[in-house]
Design a protein. Structure first.
Lengths: 534, 320
């Protein structure tokens, strides 16, 4: 009987073999990144009730805030609707979307790192040649991400119990659930493309689309009931209604979607060869026109710049379109204005909204500049820089090729964001483009730090991501947390005039430009004098 | 004779590891110079210093008459480099990479490029990720041989090439020599070295242990002798340069330093020779001796480089 079943089965009947070993291996490789990411996200959430209690101490103040938000379509689009007036509900409102987005990014990085990255580098071949089942690598990657999401969910649930157990559990699970869903999206993206970079980009684009869908839906309704919101996994987070009459069944939506995506990824993985994708590589030109290190850098970063440009333009159009909602807002309501001011805006509501959006895009551009500068690091550690530098190419020329794209690209994407905002809002181009350009020096400072790290401490170059994320967090939640001025001042963005609306303030802008130049000079000098690493 | 590369007393440390410990290297212009040594002995580190990618801690290095660190860009116009492990950009074709490397150096000979693509059977339209290891090497080799340069620095260039392609590679190096170019060839493939190299340098633990033509180096090793004699041997053990003497009745096995062979033969003929086999040192023995020994002249194929300290002249592994 056993013999018969065994004979009928296909020969490879242990597709999960080795999953446990690979999972432990993945957790070991992520032993720093995963706990830090989980801890930072959890801390961001758990510090909220205290901060919000300081800002909206009385029930009356909180009820007032609810009314503001009910009237304010634009702010709802950015943060989401307030569904209850308890501190727990306000916490879920203020950081829910961002915590879910951070969980999603963590999941996407982990999954791609342990699947497509491994295949692209060729390391997977060696692993798969061991006693490792066909499904084990993907399963281990998904489990690693799931472990991070689960710990994050538990930390949030445990940390918020003071505000009510049911709401804490619902909120924690919703954040973790969003992470799981994007682990599934990343798993599919990793099957579709041969490049880990592209897989990450595709998943990030899905995440961006989810954010825009939710934003559009939330601007239309006050309780997250729009179809658009319900299409977005980030919208599901608010639809769980933590601390506002929890809807537990929405959590099932996370679970079933994540399971379906994971199953689809497994089905795709089973239908392809290790290292290959579904999009076949086409032959290219037999002869090339690339003749300089600069041309090579442009060619290598072309796709990235295009993606960021499109994303920033679309985001600009969307947020520009939402700005009118802010202008129609109930007269001169002091509290609504204060909320904008806390988000980085100034008085004059349309302008305040635009300024807040410009500031948000600015800190996101810090991610672009970091990624672009770190291409230097990637080229060097992958061994592709060595033959180029062994040719008649000076190190500065080689680095300059990439840095022109990093720093020039910053100007380009900010201008495109401004163009989008102006188109979406339908107002004059000049002030908005100016406001976008004012962000550039602060972005450059973040890029300059990456250049410095790559030049002086090549082994620690990845720490530049830490800088970019810290700047992002300070920009997103710093003001809401009422962080001390000294902390806010650590971010270069905190020194910029809040434009459009505020008057141009040249000294900080020029100082940041000079600082960026100095960081670049120091980093390039160090690069010029150090060993090339392998 | 002008020198293409001169290196003396080169030191380079990475943290506590002394990768180079007073290395010397002389490569004459126009010669093919073999650069040999066990894994981790510092070959690639030396090459990377010569390419100005690493900065030496101490010692002097000149490449084509210039400082490889200070004048890197100028020197590199006249150098083509092939690493042992070529990594390509996933979205560039092999042809694009060949042309890029050529242009980043002194320029590319279009006719020779086309000819080399043909000879190496390289499909230049494939994208980086889809090349096998051997084909990635071919991309770098075609770019190097088609470049208009004076010096080729090849760091284990044939790893992953099939025997046919390796033959093509050898002919290409031969052509480079005829064109008067200098080649520094780091390799573990002894047949390749024996066939191509005018002179070799052997390094160990960051230091040059031997340098010269292969004939010179052979001279320093031992010949093994098997003989069957008419009478009992006499006085063999007293001769200089004799090792591992093993006498069983009238049968004699021994090893002798090649330059001391004369006296041994005289002693053997004095006893009357019935049969005699004399095996000259193979290149393998030459390398094993240098790779595993500690400078005391012992060679033990069965024992790895980890063996340290003097080992009283046992050399059984060498006899074949």
């Amino acid at each position: 009987m056993t013999a018969v079943t065994a004979a009928l089965r296909p020969r490879s009947d242990r597709p999960w073999a080795g999953t446990g070993t690979l999972l432990r291996f993945a957790l070991r490789r992520d032993r720093v990144m995963l706990p830090v990411w989980v801890a930072v996200t959890a801390l961001m959430v758990l510090s909220m009730p205290g901060a919000l209690a300081g800002l909206y101490g009385t029930p009356a103040a909180r009820a007032d805030l609810m009314h503001q938000m009910a009237a304010n379509t634009s702010l709802r689009a950015v943060v989401g609707p307030v569904l209850g007036d308890s501190l727990g509900a306000l916490t879920a409102w203020r950081v829910g979307v961002y915590a879910a987005a951070l969980a999603a990014v963590m999941s996407l990085l982990v999954v791609v790192r342990h699947t497509r990255d491994e295949e692209e580098s060729g390391r997977q071949e060696l692993l798969s040649a061991g006693a490792v089942g066909r499904r084990a690598p993907l399963a281990a990657a998904l489990l690693t991400a799931a472990a991070g999401d689960a710990v994050l969910a538990l930390l949030i649930a445990a940390g918020l119990t003071g505000q009510g157990t049911a709401g804490a559990l619902a909120f924690g699970l919703a954040v973790g659930g969003a992470g799981l869903v994007f682990a599934g999206v990343a798993a599919i993206a990793a099957q579709l493309t041969e490049s880990a970079r592209l897989a990450r980009g595709l998943t990030a684009a899905v995440l961006g689309a989810a954010f825009v869908l939710r934003a559009a839906g939330d601007s239309a309704t006050t309780d997250g009931s729009s179809v658009l919101t319900r299409l977005s996994p980030l919208g599901w987070v608010e639809n769980v209604r933590a601390y506002a009459g929890e809807r537990w069944w929405v959590l099932l939506l996370f679970a079933t979607t994540a399971a379906a995506l994971a199953a689809a990824a497994h089905a795709l993985a089973a239908r392809r060869d290790v290292g290959m994708s579904f999009l076949p590589t086409r032959p290219g030109p037999a002869e090339g026109r690339l003749a300089t290190a600069g041309a090579l850098a442009r060619r290598l970063q072309r796709g990235g710049v295009l993606g960021w440009s499109a994303g920033f333009f679309v985001a600009g159009v969307v947020y520009g379109g939402l700005t009118d909602g802010a202008a129609k807002l109930v007269g001169d309501n002091a509290r609504a204005r204060e909320i904008f001011q806390r988000m980085g805006g100034q008085a004059g509501l349309a302008n305040a909204f635009l300024a807040a959006m410009v500031g948000m895009l600015g800190v996101i551009a810090a991610l672009y500049v970091t990624a672009s500068v770190l291409r230097l690091h990637g080229e060097e550690t992958a061994g592709r820089a060595e033959p180029v530098l062994a040719a008649s190419v000076g190190r500065l020329r080689w680095a300059a090729g990439h840095l022109v794209i990093a720093f020039g690209g910053t100007v380009l994407i900010m201008l495109l964001a401004g163009l989008g905002l102006a188109l979406g809002h339908g107002t004059g181009l000049g002030p908005i483009l100016g406001a976008c350009l004012v962000q550039v020096p602060a972005v450059w400072v973040v890029g300059g730090l990456a250049v410095l790290l790559h030049g002086m401490l090549p082994r620690a170059a990845a720490a530049a991501w830490g800088v970019a994320v810290a700047v992002l967090l300070i920009g997103w939640v710093g003001p809401a947390l009422d962080l001390p001025r000294t902390v806010l001042d650590l971010s270069p963005f905190g020194h910029l005039p809040k434009m459009p609306g505020a008057a141009m303030d040249w000294p900080p802008v020029l100082a940041l430009t000079a600082l960026a130049a100095c960081l670049n000079a120091a980093g390039l000098t160090a690069l010029h004098h150090r060993d090339i690493t392998t | 004779m002008t020198k293409a590369i001169t290196v003396s007393g080169l030191h380079k440390s990475f943290g506590r590891t002394h990768a180079l410990d007073g290395l010397d290297l002389d490569v004459a212009a126009g010669e093919v110079h073999g650069f040999l040594g066990p894994n981790g002995s510092g070959k690639s580190t030396t090459i990377r210093v010569l390419l100005g990618l690493l900065r030496a801690d101490a010692g002097a290095a000149q490449v084509l008459g210039r400082d490889p660190w200070r004048d890197a860009v100028e020197v590199h116009r006249r150098i083509a480099y092939v690493p042992g492990d070529v990594t390509l950009w996933r979205n560039l074709t092999g042809g694009e990479v060949v042309d890029l490397y050529g242009r980043l150096r002194g320029g590319l000979d279009r006719r020779r490029r086309a000819e080399l693509v043909e000879r190496f059977e390289l499909d230049p339209t494939k994208k980086g990720r889809t090349y096998s290891k051997g084909n990635r090497q071919k991309v770098a080799l075609v770019a190097a041989f088609a470049s208009d340069v004076d010096l080729l620095v090849l760091d284990e260039p044939t790893s992953g090439l099939d025997p046919l392609m390796e033959e093509v590679f050898r002919r290409c190096v031969e052509e480079e020599r005829q064109r008067g170019r200098t080649v520094l060839l780091s390799s573990h493939i002894l047949g390749e070295v024996e066939e191509l190299c005018d002179r070799v340098s052997i390094i160990r633990r960051g230091r040059t242990v031997e340098s010269g033509s292969l004939a010179d180096l052979r001279h320093l090793t031992r010949t093994s002798v098997h003989a069957e004699l008419a009478g009992p041997p006499d006085g063999l053990s007293g001769l200089p340069g004799v090792h591992d003497l093993d006498v069983r009745g009238r049968r004699v096995r021994l090893q002798v330093d090649t330059d001391k062979l004369d006296a041994v033969l005289r002693s053997l003929t004095a006893s009357g020779v019935r049969s005699l086999t004399s095996t000259p040192p193979t290149l393998e023995e030459l390398f094993l001796r240098h790779y595993t020994g500690d400078g005391d002249g012992s060679a033990d194929a069965g024992d790895g480089a980890g063996a340290a300290g003097p080992r009283g002249g046992t050399a059984s592994g060498v006899t074949r």
